[in-house]
Design a protein around this ligand. Structure first.
Ligand code: HMH
Length: 230
């Protein structure tokens, strides 16, 4: 499977493919982080997992208003009504995630109400907030939204592959973001982002690429925090 690491190029893959090639190293850092690899090979330190769980449950609460802001932008700016359905599906799965975090938190004795966000988490949430204003357009916002979901999808689906040693008690977490239907949802987001990016001005393209890179940076920071590299 090692050969799959090769990044396709020259296939007319569009803006996102160009970025994936250009930022390949950072993308790999975000999607194949040692935290994820340690889940995958069963060496994960459970205290790291619990730290991630607590911090991510805070993040997801902050993520809701961001997704709502993307929905509003789609409603105002999108020429395709299907965008709303895809984003609304994302909101619905966030609703489910909130309940899941509560249940999972009690399973692992992680009292979410007693946790405060660590710096990497705060930084990430501030970044989300910076994208929520009306001066940030739909193309940039949907690109960031896609990237945020795609990193989790790609990361956790790695832990579900055949021959991995993901601990049974973490399978539920990996399934949550690694499952096929979440994968399809991410593909829908990618298609929307691609469609917008293909028509975007140079200025928007630059801003969207910057947002993409910031998402990857913040995801790496978030994994580092969970892994305990403060
Ligand atoms: C930090 N990134 C982070 N948390 C999440 N739950 C997702 C992405 C995906 O929703």
């Amino acid at each position: 499977m090692e050969g799959e690491e090769e990044v396709k190029s020259g296939n007319g893959g569009g803006v996102i493919q160009t970025w994936l090639n250009r930022h390949h190293l950072l993308y790999t850092k975000a999607t194949k982080h040692p935290f994820i690899l340690s889940i995958r090979d069963g060496t994960i330190d459970i205290s790291s997992f619990k730290r991630w769980l607590g911090q991510d449950s805070i993040f997801v609460r902050e993520f809701i208003p961001f997704v709502a802001s993307v929905l509003l932008k789609a409603w105002r700016e999108s020429e395709d009504g299907l965008d709303i359905e895809v984003i609304l599906g994302g909101m619905a799965s966030l609703n489910d995630e909130i309940s899941w975090f509560k249940k999972e938190g009690s399973k692992w004795d992680v009292l979410i109400s007693g946790i405060s966000p660590q710096k990497a988490n705060q930084d990430y949430c501030s970044f989300l907030e910076s994208l929520m204003g009306s001066e940030v357009g739909y193309t940039v916002a949907i690109t960031a939204f896609w990237a945020i979901e795609a990193v989790y999808q790609e990361s956790f689906s790695l832990c579900l592959q055949d021959g991995t040693k993901t601990p049974a008690e973490l399978m539920d977490t990996c399934q949550r973001w690694g499952n096929n239907s979440f994968g399809q949802y991410c593909q829908s987001l990618q298609r929307i982002a691609s469609r917008r990016l293909e028509k975007a001005s140079e200025d928007i393209l630059r801003k969207a690429e910057e947002a993409f890179v910031y998402v990857l940076d913040h995801e790496v920071g978030f994994w580092n925090m969970s892994y305990g590299e403060l």
